[in-house]
Design a protein around this ligand. Structure first.
Ligand SMILES: [Cu+2]
Length: 158
């Protein structure tokens, strides 16, 4: 019993030292059958400087953080090693901008599905925390990122 109490106290201390990251409006673009990749989008606001370094999801074999970049006059997406979350600033992941790329999808993501995502956020001091959330799947008629060239394989991760 004593050991459990101590562990809880240690966890509480660790939590207090971490940046609070507020996640809003997390959603995933619904897919059609056999589609192998899709995007996840959200707004992130960190209470102190932090960096999104990794995203995991059980629906995808590979998850990357992507940016859009103009390569030879063509907008392409490419993987980045992380996304800065400056203190107090809302960073928007949206179609046509930064996004979480869910690749090697294990199943179709249907409209209305709740897609589990784990965000790994690193604070300035190197401490990492995991944020578990569920993103709602939405079917949108806006232009899909898949319509653009995909530079993830050829891109140089920073
Ligand atoms: Cu992408």
């Amino acid at each position: 019993m004593k050991r459990i109490t101590l562990t809880l106290a240690a966890l509480a201390l660790a939590a207090a030292a971490q940046a609070q990251v507020n996640v809003q409006d997390a959603w995933v673009r619904a897919t059609v059958a056999h589609q192998k990749a899709t995007g996840a989008f959200m707004q992130l606001t960190a209470s102190s400087d932090a960096r999104l370094v990794e995203v995991r999801s059980p629906v995808a074999g590979t998850v990357e953080i992507h940016e859009m970049a103009l390569v030879k006059d063509v907008m392409q997406m490419r993987a980045v090693s992380g996304l800065e979350l400056p203190a107090g600033k809302t960073v928007e992941l949206k179609p046509g901008g930064y996004h979480v790329m869910l690749m090697d999808l294990k199943r179709q993501v249907k409209e209305g599905d709740m897609v589990p995502l784990t965000l790994v956020v690193q604070a300035r001091d190197g401490k990492r925390q995991m944020i578990e959330l569920k993103a709602t799947s939405r079917a949108l008629n806006t232009a899909a990122p898949s319509g653009m060239g995909h530079g993830a394989q050829g891109g140089v991760p920073r």
